[in-house]
Write a protein that binds this ligand. Structure first.
Ligand code: S3P
Ligand code: PEP
Length: 434
């Protein structure tokens, strides 16, 4: 069911806002998986509560783990902590992946450890997302996967209680998540896991680094010395007590708003060290002419209302593409975004969707095999369609700053990662002064 159209308010002048972002999707869902495979109860502080993470929590419960709310003593206003209690994994369940890449990729290797078959399915849009690398890798490891020959959801994983593990070759050109998935479960395989990527490209590498770092946080022995090869030794995972960083990719549309409207947007709790790919937004905004300052734990972005065009490779932070493309559509010159061909397999074909929707607002967009060329033109408001893609809602919101009157279709889809996006956005725009 789609949600009613959203009419984002127009900014009446420069912004002066502080925006506190919810937790990182990628970190929350990695911690949940590792905690469910650990040797004792874990505490996740300030986890993201959104559709993707609730789906992960629910799936792990179905596999036998306990995932329970616990009030956070540190900050009663923050989302409740999650206490995760591992248990012997059980099958015989049907898991709903929604449209979450992290659920559909990370959980099949976990389900292979369960004692009976586990069925995976998801949204209509999920059924066209690439899954073959996960399915083939599991089969190479001796796990039975019945996908009816499609290479996509739905499928049934039958592992029989244990996985031998060993060396497996995957082509992760379509998603880094294929590598992360095998590594996350790999320490529980009898021989651990060695994953070798062989393929044309490896997008979103920081996300694999995040997987390696979170595994090490849980005490796993991981060797990533050799390019495109990762080894996780078999062994116990330790319980975690972690605080989830804010989601830096989800900060991007708010920071971009300062660049388009002019003024200042501040994001508290920005980490000094992070494996989040979204941290790349600092460099992108700097290249587009914004003043970007990271002091202690606060990121400040100051814009003058006139972003510059850029020629930029976003292969390591592909999830930023929709917001950066929107910013480029409001810029003072042309832009090229390179290295992101694989985002045709994200929540929707993002290259086609951005081309169509920016085009409807007047921007000249050329689809390239590996990205987009964007030539800004005078903008006109229009309805911005969102294709069940949370980041299309974010891109549309950025465009609405430069093209007031723009209407966002199905804004509710943003609940995939930021359920309160509309509220946060409207509060931020409300700080604009004539
Ligand atoms: O592992 C993760 O948490 C993610 C990996 C990336 O996927 P791709 O490698 O498919 O780009 C990223 O775009 C996605 O939003 C989250
Ligand atoms: C690609 C994304 O999500 P997923 O984790 O579903 O792949 C995204 O959030 O931009």
């Amino acid at each position: 069911m789609t949600s009613p159209d959203w009419h984002p308010p127009a900014a009446s002048g420069p912004l002066d806002a502080t925006v506190t972002l919810p937790g990182s999707k990628s970190l929350t869902n990695r911690y949940l998986v590792l905690a469910a495979l650990a040797s004792g109860t874990s505490r996740l502080r300030r986890p993201l509560r959104s559709r993707d993470t609730e789906l992960m929590a629910q799936a792990l419960r179905q596999l036998g783990a306990g995932v329970d709310d616990a009030t956070s003593s540190a900050n009663a206003l923050a989302s409740p902590d999650w206490l995760v209690t591992p248990a012997t994994l059980r099958g015989g369940r049907a898991i709903d992946c929604g449209l979450a890449g992290t659920v559909m990729r990370f959980l099949p290797p976990v389900a292979a450890l369960a004692d009976s078959p586990v069925t995976f399915d998801g949204d209509e849009h999920a059924r066209v997302r690439p899954m073959a690398a996960t399915i083939d890798a599991l089969r190479d490891l001796g796990v039975d996967v019945d996908d009816g020959g499609t290479g996509t959801l739905p499928f049934v994983v039958t592992g029989g209680g244990s996985v031998g593990g060993g060396r497996v070759v995957v082509d992760a050109s379509a998603s880094s998540q294929f590598v992360s998935a095998l590594l996350l479960a790999g320490s529980r395989f009898e021989e651990g896991i060695t994953v070798v990527h062989e393929g044309e490209q490896l997008p979103s590498l920081p996300h694999i680094e995040m997987t390696v770092e979170t595994l090490r946080d849980a005490g796993a022995e991981v060797d990533d010395c050799e390019p495109h090869t990762w080894r996780v030794e078999p062994g116990e995972l330790l319980p975690l007590d972690v605080t989830v960083e804010p989601d830096l990719s989800n900060a991007a549309p708010f920071l971009a708003a300062a660049v388009v409207a002019g003024g200042t947007v501040v994001v508290p709790d920005w980490p000094q060290h992070t494996t989040q790919a979204g941290d790349r937004i600092r460099d992108v905004l700097d290249q587009m002419g914004a003043e970007v300052r990271l002091d202690a734990h606060t990121l400040t972005v100051i814009g003058d209302g006139s972003p510059h065009g850029v020629d930029i490779d976003l292969s390591d932070a592909a999830e930023l593409t929709p917001v950066v493309a929107a910013l480029a559509g409001c810029a003072d010159g042309p832009s090229i975004i390179r290295g992101v061909g694989h985002i045709r397999g994200h929540e929707t074909d993002r290259i086609a969707a951005l081309s169509r929707e920016l085009g409807a607002l007047g921007v000249e967009v050329t689809e390239r095999e590996d990205g987009l060329r964007i030539d800004p033109q005078p903008l006109r408001p229009a309805t911005f369609h969102t294709y069940a893609d949370h980041r299309m809602v974010m891109a549309g919101a950025v465009m609405s700053v430069a093209a007031p009157g723009t209407v966002i279709e199905d804004p509710g889809t943003v609940a995939k990662t930021v359920p309160d996006f509309v509220g946060l956005w409207e509060s931020m725009i409300g700080t604009s002064a004539p």
